[in-house]
Ligand binder design. Sequence first.
Ligand SMILES: Cc1cc2nc3c(=O)[nH]c(=O)nc-3n(C[C@H](O)[C@H](O)[C@H](O)COP(=O)(O)OP(=O)(O)OC[C@H]3O[C@@H](n4cnc5c(N)ncnc54)[C@H](O)[C@@H]3O)c2cc1C
Length: 504
Amino acid sequence: MSESMEADVVVIGGGASGITAAVAAAEKGASVLLVEKGSTTGGAANMGMGFFAVESKYQKAQLVDFSQEDAFRLLMEYTHWRVDARLVRKYIAQSADTVEWVEKMGVEFLGAFKYFQNSTQTWHVVKTAGSNVPAERAASNLYRALTAQSEDLGVQIMYRTTATRIVVEDGAVTGVELTGEDGVPRVVECNAVIVATGGFGNNPTMIHDYMGYEWGKDLHSFRIPGVDGDGLSMLWATGAGRTEPVMELTFTTPGVTDVYKTISETMRQPNLMVNLDGLRFIDEEIMNNTVFTGNSVARQRQRVAFTIINDEIVADYRTKGLDYVTFHHNIKTMDKWDREVAAYVGGEAVEASGLSDLHNEDQKHQKNFWVCDSLEEVAAVTGIDLKNLQATVTEYNGYCDSTDSQFFKPYKYLRPLRGGRYYVARHFPAGYGSLGGVNVNDRMEVLDTAGLKIPGLYASGTDACNIFGDSYCFYMPGNTMGFAINSGRMAGYNSMEYIDSDDF
Ligand SMILES: Cc1cc2nc3c(=O)[nH]c(=O)nc-3n(C[C@H](O)[C@H](O)[C@H](O)COP(=O)(O)OP(=O)(O)OC[C@H]3O[C@@H](n4cnc5c(N)ncnc54)[C@H](O)[C@@H]3O)c2cc1C
């Protein structure tokens, strides 16, 4: 941007989508100003590991039998065709090329991975220099590379600067009002604006008003600093059409997940899960699809659920290893079980990772894991209805001797609870952040309430992520970052096409 505060394109938000949009627009010759509230690029995606692509060179090399057509059909059927098929198709079509596009910037990948057993192998996990093992936050390498590329292309990044208003004159975008570190508001004149502010995962009021959750009570989602809903509020203020935002849901055991990892992973295996009424409500085989489990937990009373195992199950896992292993947590054995249980019960923290810092103090200290000598004690400490719990356990034990005629859980996961010590974990809905909120077309152009585009206005990433319908599609992992990057890339290219066109 020149001294006179002008640019062809202003990108609001320097996260996964914004930094990608900036590179794409600059690649097409635009002068680009990127405005980032925080002091770094990458946003929430610095916490991630990789993104979705299909028919990539990695998948071909790994003999992954999952085509663009398969991905398209899966997503459209999953969403009952309630999402924009044109946008879904374009996103899927561009995804493999995006892997190679960032490779040219120096990004390396470990390959294509699943997130859970029944998912597809679409998660392209970024490699960390000098290491061949998957690492939490590996995707931050990707954002460093994109940032270096943007600088090479002349993108000006204003850190610690917050966009506060999109200026629309005579129906078209003409500028952005922003406030930098000096606290003085100013307007940057521009021809196109790309909004990529990452939704409202850090805004409990919006979470409550748009999704009905009370953060910290019945929702324990990540609170990534900066993603406060600014972009959606600014877009809606210009007359942009709204879509219904949803939470990218998962489930968590506050104070346990990501801290006591062996306890956490052991209590997320496909064993008996009940609600406060002591009733079973899920085929626990689907528990490793954390979106589906989050959805089911969210519809229980007080939005809580409990998994219960006993010594016999623990012994089985000690011998055979866990049923479900996640690439992300990589806990396969019970080696640390005794130490972690003793530490948790004794109130001592072990292996606390940075992720636990995202929970508030109450959540960190709330008791969500118990060791009990009887079902009576389980009911007493958790508040689960004792009579129903006893009846459920008796019924469930019966299924373990025959078949699960209630929810059809496969026999191999049917482990009875007949005495010994009981281990109980309480789970709550959690989430990575919000998804969607503003209406866009397949060019990432923002549409007004009548469905007509607002010239020069684009949105990408989480703010515009309406392609999953009511629930994130975890069957194709890496999809939120995949959409963020690919929609940002589209918005960057299309904004420059618009500026070069007769429409402008
Ligand atoms: C722990 C964790 C792990 C994850 N792992 C994965 C994964 O492995 N794969 C995957 O697909 N997805 C993953 N995700 C989701 C992924 O991070 C998001 O889909 C992605 O970051 C969305 O990109 P975005 O650009 O829309 O938002 P963000 O990356 O969050 O960026 C938004 C940016 O906008 C800035 N901003 C906001 N308001 C303003 C304003 N008014 N002015 C200026 N700047 C502003 C913010 O500071 C922020 O930097 C993960 C998320 C979390 C929380």
